[in-house]
Write a protein that binds this ligand. Structure first.
Ligand code: NAP
Length: 475
């Protein structure tokens, strides 16, 4: 279970043509402006959305130049590595890491320097529970927890308290399952991954034996997908602990479900009936709890740490995926010293000049065009919200790239003017003392991380400190 590498394989398989709709296969263009200069595009965000957008632009237009700016010194966000290396190494593509757009350089400056700017910076924020007790010790956002074990520099100080026997994860999406799986994975499995050494050591001393994954709706509304559920179900040393009554009537509606939902529900039913892996008596348990909404995280006697959670008991109104949770007025309490909120991510506004819908937490757009005619685009989670698997992001980013190419071809983007591109931006960054990281600098970090990993029998040991990354990058 190599966290990064699993995603590499996933992404590679997605690049197979079966995922490409025929409408996505567009002709290759060469559209040099009358001035002879190439169209210059800047992409903000070095995660899957940014790279898929870049990949499609470079493939479909023989002259376009693409620069990618990423806040972290490392490309590909949390998990995806190698898949996009080919794009990053493309002769018409440049990667500039450790550049925070909105802070080190403004969107207005980027728009002056490039013919078009694509915002693909993802969802950096969390949805908050908005309930009492959210600030108690032992309560974490899934985003911070995932960042901690994945080696994100901003989360290295999290040091979660793993001393309680029961952990509650709020939300039933794929992130909730990732978190539950890491909390319950046997150490031997974790040791073979690129999880950071401090996280590994903390998890080695963990007393968590039981993870309850709590959702406000029912078994037919879980937000996870089958692959992630299967990984949970098959995790060695664990067994499912479900409430049989929660599944009453579920088998009888299977025939009405869409195929993916049907397969997911069948696996869920099998796990609930204890018929998945024969791990009866396993030392660690996990289970879904349904129809429960968080009301309050309850403090321990010291009033500073979490000791439990109060949940509202719901009933469902409506049916299937659109059903709504309605509180019955009944309340229930669960004892737990750790609560991880995994109710979804939230995109943030990085620059006030960019239109932003605070309610939906997305940049309003029409097929990726933010302001028609203004050379400003968006793709990925900041465009459509933090939903969907990597294939969704790929299709969505290709759509945005197509909008941009159409605008170039139609002359909506004025490519006749000569734009300075990275030359202007890098000179501003230099004057502001920003030490950016190129792709070959990142390759040095990569090599050093792999070297450090090999010394301790791991695929990689990530560098957790930005200053150290920069030292290695610029050595
Ligand atoms: P998600 O899939 O949107 O799931 C959020 C969960 O939180 C849902 O169960 C939702 O319940 C619940 N929720 C939302 N607001 C709530 C509230 N106020 N109170 C209680 N529960 C609430 O989000 P995610 O798990 O963070 O994942 C984000 C995206 O990343 C997803 O598209 C996911 O598939 C993707 N992802 C993919 C992978 C992978 O491909 N392996 C791994 C990780 C993440 P309702 O359904 O009732 O709203």
């Amino acid at each position: 279970m190599n966290v990064r590498r699993i995603c590499v394989l996933r992404c590679k398989s997605l690049l197979n043509s079966k995922y490409l709709r025929s409408s996505q296969i567009v002709g290759v263009r060469k559209l040099t402006s009358p001035s002879g200069s190439s169209p210059k595009v800047c992409i903000v965000g070095g995660g899957p959305a940014g790279f898929y957008t870049a990949q499609h632009l470079l493939k479909s237009h023989l002259d376009i130049r693409v620069d990618l700016f990423e806040r972290l010194p490392v490309p590909f966000g949390l998990n995806v590595i190698n898949t996009f290396t080919q794009t990053a190494l493309h002769e018409r593509c440049n990667f500039f890491g450790n550049v925070s757009v909105g802070k080190d350089v403004s969107v207005a400056e980027l728009r002056q320097a490039y013919h078009a700017v694509v915002l693909s910076y993802g969802a950096e924020g969390n949805r908050h529970l908005g309930i009492p007790g959210e600030d108690l010790r032992g309560v974490y956002s899934a985003k911070d927890f995932v960042g901690w074990y994945n080696g994100l520099p901003g989360n290295k100080e999290l040091r979660p308290d793993l001393s309680s026997e029961t952990a509650v994860v709020l939300g039933q999406g794929n992130v909730a399952l990732d978190v539950a799986r890491i909390l319950l994975s046997p150490l031997d499995i974790l040791k073979k991954t690129d999880i950071t050494q401090p996280s590994l050591e903390a998890l080695a001393g963990s007393r968590v034996q039981r993870v309850l994954i709590v959702g406000r709706r029912g078994p037919l509304q879980v937000a996870c997908t089958i692959k992630e559920l299967r990984e949970m179900v098959n995790l060695p040393g664990t067994m499912a602990d479900m409430v049989t009554a929660d599944f009453e009537g579920v088998a009888s509606v299977l025939k009405d479900l869409s195929r993916p939902r049907k397969r997911l529900t069948e696996l869920l039913l099998k796990a609930a009936q204890g018929g998945t892996s024969g791990q009866v008596g396993a030392p660690r348990q996990w289970g879904f709890r349904f129809l429960r909404s968080p009301l309050e995280i309850l403090p321990a006697d010291d009033l500073t740490s979490a000791a439990g959670i109060r949940l509202a008991v719901n009933v469902l109104e409506g049916s299937h995926e659109g059903a709504r949770a309605v509180p019955t007025g009944e309340v229930e309490e669960l004892k737990c010293g750790m609560v991880i909120s995994s109710i979804g991510y939230r995109s943030l506004c990085i620059d006030p000049v960019v239109p932003f819908d605070q309610h939906k937490a997305v940049i309003p757009n029409t097929v990726g065009r933010v302001r028609p005619g203004a050379g400003l685009y968006c793709s990925g989670w900041v465009k459509r919200g933090p939903t969907g698997v990597i294939a969704t992001t790929m299709n969505d980013s290709f759509d945005t790239a197509r909008s941009l190419l159409q605008d170039l071809e139609a002359g909506v983007i004025d490519a006749s003017s000569v734009k300075p591109g990275s030359r202007a931006v890098l000179s501003s960054l230099e004057s502001r003392g920003v030490k950016w990281v190129s792709f070959s600098d990142w390759e040095k970090i990569d090599k050093e991380e792999v070297r450090r990993g090999q010394r301790i029998g791991k695929p990689r040991e990530k560098i957790l400190d930005v200053a150290e990354m920069l030292r290695v990058a610029h050595s």
